[in-house]
Design a protein around this ligand. Structure first.
Ligand code: SF4
Ligand code: SF4
Length: 476
């Protein structure tokens, strides 16, 4: 059993050699971490040089686990840990649910495909059968709005400064893993804004915990994500702090996938279909349509453009929902949009969007060869963006992705407020705690830094310095 990765677990004994994980990892994602090795009866699926996953270039996207039909590769389950915390009743239990979870949870409890069951998912988290349920359910769409405030401000500040260009989005931890492990030269280009998960957890553990008069260590944040890479992100030292009693406290205590939440609902016999829909706790649960569309490829870009055009005073901003060039399942999409600089001039910003490892790598190659040039690029490592994440229900047909995508855009259209900077609770948070976008406080809690991890796969233990065998295959 390989438990070296924070995101996925591999149990070689259960493998039936169907090769679906190889298709996902090597053909869909172009990562080539999993492949067939040996011949005849000895043929089996393995990593380069049979290395533990954390010593390969694996980006922890979890697509292999979403394609494995027999549970030989699974997400690193935190179901037991979460149930223990809920039953222990010692902490304030907080659930934070990501944009893409609400349009997929119905599939896990046999309620149809592409249905938006946001309200029932919130209600289900609140009761959870014979356990006490979560005390507060917050919406990661709220922190998606916060991400736009910070990332959009960073884009405007780079426009008025000197780059570096292109600016690359940073909300997909699978993409951050790819940059840190395989393209460290792109680290300066990554936005320093944390992912919506990391932003929301910081807001729960700091201003929210203070507001309710509890120590951050007495609040347990369970993040419900379409994503396995977020498990790795949450475990990082960058999102752990030392409290005033000298204890190490994680900002996100546990990350469970949409599949794991479905598992909990089924295990505890939560009658989701019969529940009356509930609203999120408004403290950190009010979101605009811009936050909702983070769940689909192109959504982060569209949300950023909506806010950047209005905040910089562009004369005729693109009407809401009309930035069609960045929508849809085409692998790489591009557009040119206007944003005003500090001199009051409207300048063209060339934007691009790529999703799925193979498309991302093709775009990177073209950018490297200067065949294409962009100013702002959104990257999501899963096909379709987070709606097709490695932690989503095991149904990856294009039809189902289309249905989930349609449900996301429907939700955006239903919203009264559709630009992140219009969110009144975001304004309140800046007024009460953060100051202003890119302020010192905002930088402390909402931004991060990156690490060159390319050396962790150095084939020579001497140069890598940890004495363990290396794992880079010369052919990969
Ligand atoms: S998590 Fe992603 S990159 Fe890693 S082995 Fe699985 S499919 Fe490949
Ligand atoms: S696309 Fe979404 S689900 Fe996939 S790795 Fe990135 S953040 Fe996670």
């Amino acid at each position: 059993m390989d438990l070296s990765s924070d995101a996925v677990a591999r149990s070689v004994d259960k493998c039936v050699k169907c090769g679906r994980c190889v298709t996902a990892c090597s053909h869909l994602q172009d990562m080539n971490i999993l492949g067939f090795t040996s011949r005849g009866d000895h043929a089996h699926v393995d990593t380069p040089f049979a290395a533990p996953l954390d010593m390969t270039l694996c980006i922890e996207c979890g697509l292999c686990s979403a394609y494995c039909p027999v549970g030989a590769i699974t997400a690193r389950s935190e179901v037991d840990a979460v149930l223990r915390e809920l039953e222990g009743k010692r902490k304030v239990m907080v659930a934070c649910t990501a944009p893409a979870t609400r349009v997929a949870i119905a599939e896990e409890v046999f309620m149809g495909e592409g249905e938006n069951e946001e309200g029932r998912m919130v209600a289900g988290c609140g009761i959870l059968g014979w356990t006490t349920g979560f005390d507060n359910v917050f919406d990661t769409n709220f922190s998606a709005d916060l991400t736009i405030m910070e990332e959009g401000s960073e884009l405007i500040s780079r426009l008025n400064g000197s780059g570096p260009w292109p600016m690359l989005t940073s909300c997909c931890p699978g993409w951050v893993n790819l940059v840190e492990k395989s393209h460290p030269e792109l680290i300066p280009n990554l936005s320093t804004a944390r992912s919506p998960q990391a932003m929301l957890s910081a807001m729960v553990k700091h201003p929210f915990a203070k507001k309710i008069g509890r120590d951050p260590a007495d609040v347990c944040v369970v993040s419900v994500m379409p994503c396995t890479a977020k498990k790795h992100e949450a475990a990082s030292d960058d999102f752990t702090f030392t409290d005033d009693k000298g204890r190490k406290v994680r900002e996100t205590d546990h990350v469970i996938t949409t599949r794991e939440l479905g598992h909990i609902f089924r295990l505890l016999r939560v009658p989701l279909a019969q529940l009356k829909p509930s609203d999120y706790d408004p403290t950190l649960g009010v979101a605009t349509g811009a936050g909702v569309i983070f769940g689909v490829t192109g959504g982060v870009m569209e949300a950023a453009v909506r806010t950047a055009q209005v905040l910089t005073g562009v004369e005729s901003p693109i009407p809401l929902g009309a930035l069609h060039d960045v929508r849809g399942l085409q692998g790489v999409k591009s557009a040119t949009v206007a944003v005003k600089n500090a001199k009051g001039e409207e300048v063209p910003v060339r934007v691009a969007v790529a999703h799925g490892g193979r498309n991302v790598k093709e775009l990177l190659k073209k950018m490297e060869k200067k065949e294409v040039e962009f100013d702002f690029v959104e990257i999501m490592m899963c096909p379709g963006g987070c709606i097709g994440g490695g932690g989503q229900p095991k149904s990856k047909s294009r039809d189902i992705l289309q249905k989930r995508m349609a449900a996301v855009y429907d939700e955006d259209e239903r919203k009264v407020l559709r630009r992140s900077h219009e969110n009144p609770m975001i304004h309140e948070l800046y007024k009460e705690f953060l100051g202003a976008p890119l302020s010192e406080t905002a930088h402390h809690y909402l931004h991060t830094h990156y690490h060159d991890r390319s050396h962790t796969h150095d084939p020579t233990p001497e140069t890598r310095g940890d004495g363990k065998p290396g794992a880079r295959c010369p052919t990969f």
